[in-house]
Design a protein around this ligand. Structure first.
Ligand SMILES: Cc1cc2nc3c(=O)[nH]c(=O)nc-3n(C[C@H](O)[C@H](O)[C@H](O)COP(=O)(O)OP(=O)(O)OC[C@H]3O[C@@H](n4cnc5c(N)ncnc54)[C@H](O)[C@@H]3O)c2cc1C
Ligand code: FES
Ligand code: FES
Length: 466
C-alpha cells in the first residue's frame, strides 16, 4: 500500500509502485493542471512539489512527476498546481500575469510550481536563485525574458521571508493555502517503512531508469532506495566524509559538510541537469548508470572517492576508479548494491576544480567534463587526481597524467607536458556530441582551464597556447 498526501487529500493506493506519479495525478485523481510534455524530465511541464520530513519540519523541493515512481511518493506530501490554488492568485501566479509570463499556458503550472518551490527553500532569495529554480522548465511560446522578469519580481518579494519556517511565512503571506500548516501532523501518522519484495530493479531517483525502461518498471518487482533513511545523508567521520548512496545531487550541493571543503560546490553542481532532476537523481544512480559523461562520476573520481558495496551480510570497499570496467560494465556482483560513498577529507593546501562543456549551459549532458584535485607542498604538487568524461568508454580516472604531475612545480611547461600525456591516455570516439578530434581539443581546454582558474598567477593562457 502506497500512502501519501496529495494536496489536501490522503491517498492510499495499491497501484504498482513503478508506475509514474504523473499518470496517477492525471488519470486516477483527474487533476489536469500537471501537464504531460516530454515524459523524459526535460521540459518541466509536470513539475510538482515533494514535501518530506527533515529535522522535524516538512521541507519541500520541486521534482518532475513523469520520472517519479509512484512508490517514491510514499510518506510524502505531493503538491500539484491545484493544491496551491486559492480564491485569489498567489504572489507567484500574480507576478507571472503582471509580467505577461504566459501565453498558451501549457508550461505555466510547471513554472509556478518551480517558483513556489523556490519560495519554500531555506535560503534567502535573489534574482539568480529564482531564475536557477526554473532551469528545468521550458516554454515554447512566451519568451523567457518576461518569465525571468516575473522570477526577479518574485525574488524581491521573497527577500523578507522567514528562512527558518518558510511554510508558515508563505501561508501567512497567501502564497500557500492554510492546510499546509497541518501537513506535518498528518505526515507523521504515515508509517514510512515499506516492505521490499524480490528485486529485479533498484530505483533511486528514477531519472535514468524511468527514462530508459518505464514500461518494464511499471510491471516488475522493484526496490525503492529513495526512501531508505540508512542510505541517505552526509556526515563527517574522522578523516572521511560519508555520503549515503540515495543522497541526491541537490542534497550534496546544499550540504554544509561538503561546502566546507568544496566552497564552489553550488556553482559546479548548477551545471548538472536542472533543479528538479538534481532534487531526484542520486549519487549511486549516477555511478551505476555508468554513463561515460556522468558528471557525479567524474567529480567524485577526482576526489578519490571509494564506494561501499553490500550484499546480504557481505560488505566490500573499492576505489571508485576500480568500479568502471568497460562501457556500462561495472565491478558490481549480482545482488550487490552501493551502500555509501566515502571521501577522504581533503587536507590543507588542496585545490579542486570541475569543468563541463555542453551544448546548453543548463539541462544538458556534457560533451566533455573534467575534474582535478591537487595538494601542494609550497609550490610542488604532492598529490594529484585528474578525471575526465566523454573521452573514453567509461568515466575516466587519468592515472598516468595524475602520476606525472606529482612532484612537479606548477608552471606553464608542466601543464603543456601533462596535456600531452592526457592525449595519449584518452580514446574519444566521434558521436552526436562531437568528433573525436573536437573532444580531444575540448579536454585540452578544460585541463588548461583548471590551472588558469586555480593558479592565475603562475599560469597564462597565452603561454599555454604559444
Ligand atoms: C532531464 C535529465 C537531465 C540529466 N542531466 C544530467 C547531467 O547533466 N549530468 C549527469 O551526470 N546526469 C544527468 N542525467 C542523468 C541522471 O539524472 C543521473 O545519472 C542521476 O544521478 C541518476 O540517479 P537516479 O537515482 O535517478 O538513478 P535511477 O534511475 O534510480 O537508477 C540508475 C541506475 O542505478 C541503479 N541504482 C540506483 N541506486 C543504486 C544503488 N544504491 N546501488 C546499486 N544500483 C543502484 C539502478 O538500478 C539503475 O540501474 C539527467 C537525466 C535527465 C532525465
Ligand atoms: S513531462 Fe517533461 S519533464 Fe515531465
Ligand atoms: S506559455 Fe505556451 S509553452 Fe509556455
Amino acid at each position: 500500500m502506497i500512502t501519501f498526501i496529495l494536496n489536501n487529500k490522503l491517498i492510499q493506493t495499491e497501484n504498482h509502485k513503478g508506475t509514474t506519479l504523473l499518470d496517477f495525478i492525471r488519470y486516477e485523481e483527474h487533476l489536469p493542471g500537471t501537464k504531460i510534455g516530454c515524459r523524459e524530465g526535460d521540459c518541466g511541464a509536470c513539475t510538482v512539489l515533494e514535501g518530506s520530513f527533515e529535522n522535524n519540519k516538512v521541507r519541500y523541493k520541486s521534482i518532475v512527476s513523469c520520472l517519479t515512481p509512484l512508490g517514491n511518493a510514499h510518506g510524502k506530501h505531493i503538491v500539484t498546481i491545484e493544491g496551491i490554488n486559492m480564491k485569489v492568485l498567489s504572489p507567484v501566479q500574480d507576478a507571472i500575469v503582471e509580467h505577461a509570463g504566459t501565453q498558451c499556458g501549457f508550461c505555466t503550472p510547471g513554472f509556478v510550481m518551480s517558483l513556489t518551490g523556490h519560495g519554500l527553500t531555506q535560503e534567502q532569495s535573489d534574482k539568480e536563485k529564482a531564475i536557477a529554480a526554473i532551469s528545468g522548465n521550458i516554454c515554447r511560446c512566451t519568451g523567457y525574458k518576461s518569465i525571468e522578469k516575473a522570477a526577479e519580481s518574485i525574488s524581491e518579494l521573497l527577500k523578507v521571508k522567514d528562512i527558518n519556517d518558510p511554510v508558515k511565512w508563505l501561508v501567512d503571506n497567501k502564497y500557500l493555502p492554510e492546510y499546509f500548516i497541518g501537513i506535518a501532523n498528518r505526515l507523521n501518522k504515515i508509517d514510512v517503512n515499506q516492505e521490499s519484495s524480490d528485486i529485479k530493479y533498484i530505483i533511486g531517483g528514477g531519472t535514468d531508469l524511468m527514462v530508459q525502461k518505464p514500461e518494464e518498471i511499471a510491471e516488475t518487482d522493484i526496490s525503492l532506495f529513495y526512501h531508505q533513511n540508512d542510505l541517505k545523508g552526509i556526515e563527517k567521520n574522522n578523516d572521511s566524509i560519508i555520503i549515503g548512496a540515495a543522497t541526491n545531487a541537490g542534497e550534496i550541493m546544499k550540504s554544509s559538510v561538503i561546502q566546507e571543503y568544496i566552497p564552489d560546490i553550488k556553482s559546479h553542481f548548477t551545471l548538472i541537469s536542472s533543479e528538479q532532476i538534481r532534487n531526484m537523481g542520486t549519487i549511486a544512480g549516477n555511478f551505476v548508470n555508468a554513463s561515460p559523461i556522468g558528471d557525479l562520476s567524474v567529480f567524485f573520481l577526482a576526489l578519490n572517492a571509494s564506494i561501499i558495496l553490500k550484499e546480504s551480510n557481505n560488505t566490500r570497499k573499492i576505489p571508485l576508479k576500480d568500479f568502471f570496467l568497460d562501457y556500462k560494465k561495472l565491478n558490481l556482483n549480482k545482488g550487490e548494491y552501493i551502500n555509501s560513498v566515502v571521501l577522504p577529507v581533503p587536507t590543507q593546501n588542496f585545490f579542486f576544480n570541475f569543468e563541463k562543456v555542453s551544448k546548453r549551459t543548463h539541462l544538458d549532458i556534457a560533451s566533455v567534463n573534467s575534474a582535478i584535485y591537487l595538494k601542494l607542498n609550497d609550490d610542488i604538487i604532492e598529490h594529484c587526481s585528474v578525471s575526465a568524461g566523454g573521452v573514453s568508454a567509461i568515466p575516466k580516472y587519468l592515472s598516468k597524467t595524475s602520476e606525472y604531475l606529482i612532484g612537479k612545480k606548477i608552471t606553464n611547461g608542466t601543464v603543456i607536458k601533462a596535456n600531452k600525456i592526457i592525449q595519449e591516455e584518452i580514446s574519444p570516439i566521434s558521436d552526436v556530441r562531437g568528433t573525436a578530434d573536437y573532444k580531444r581539443l575540448l579536454l585540452r581546454q578544460l585541463f588548461f582551464a583548471h590551472f588558469i582558474k586555480l593558479f592565475p598567477k603562475s599560469i597564462s593562457l597565452n603561454e599555454l597556447l604559444s
